[in-house]
Design a protein around this ligand. Sequence first.
Ligand code: HEC
Length: 236
Amino acid sequence: MKENNSKDLKDIMNKTRSILLAGLLAGMGLMSCNSGNIRRNPGKIYAPDMTYSRAYDAYTSNPNFADGQTSRVPVTGTVAVGHDLPDHLIEGDTSAYKTFNTAYHFDEAELKEGGRLYMIYCGICHGGELDGNGPLYASGKFPAMPANFKDAKYQAMPVGTMYAAIKYGKNLMGSYASQLDIKQRWQVIAYIKKVQSENGGAPFMMGKTAEAATAVATTKDSASAQPAAPAETAHH
Ligand code: HEC
C-alpha cells in the first residue's frame, strides 16, 4: 500500500514536470512569435493598482494644495517623532558656540556609531587618524588643510564650536547639517573628543554620567586608570 502510494506520487511528479516543460516551451514559442518591432498590444498588467498608483506620486502636480505640489514640508513648529528640538544656535555667534553643549550621554555602541559616521563624512578630509591628513587632502586635490584634531588647538576646542562647524561649515569646509541630524552630530563630536582624550587631550567627559566623569578625572594620573563605567543613555 505504502509502496503503491509513493509510486503514484512519482507518476504525478513526472507528469507535472512534463506539463511544466511543455508549457515553458509553448510560452517561449509564443514569445518569439510576438517579437516584431511593432508591439501594438501593451499586454496585461498583473496588478494595475501597483503599476498606476492611486496616490499622488511625489513629484507630480497636486490640485489639492494651493502651490500645486505633492511633496509637503513638515508643519511649521512641529518636530518629527524621534528627532531633537531645534538648537537655536545663531550662525556667527561664536561666543554662544563656546558654551553650547548637549544633554546626550552616549554608550559604547553610540560612540562606535559616531566613529562610523566620522569615517563616512569627515575622515576623507580630517583623516582616519584624525590628524587632518585624510586621503582627499593628502591627494593634493583639496586646497585647505583640514583641522588636525590631535593638535592642541583642536583638543582644546569646545564641543559647541565643533558642533557649529558641522552645522554651518567653516571656510572651505561645507555644512554637514543635512547629512547628520542633531544626535548624530553629537555622536561624531563625542567620538572625536574620545580619540583626543586618548591622545593627550582632556579626559573624556561626553557620554559619561557626572560621577563617572569625575572618577575618570581623578584617576587620570594614576597608573591603573579604571575602565569607563557604563554610560547612561539620554532620554529625549
Ligand atoms: C572636504 C573636506 C572636509 C570634510 C569632509 C570635513 N571637514 Fe572639517 N574642516 C575642513 C577644513 C579645510 C577645515 C579648516 C577650516 C578653516 O579653519 O579654515 C575644517 C575645520 C573643521 C573644524 C574646526 C572648526 C573651527 O572652528 O576651526 C572642525 C571641528 C571640523 N572641521 C569638523 C568636521 C567634522 C566633524 C566633519 C564631518 C562631519 C568634517 N569636519 C568634515 C575640511 C573638511
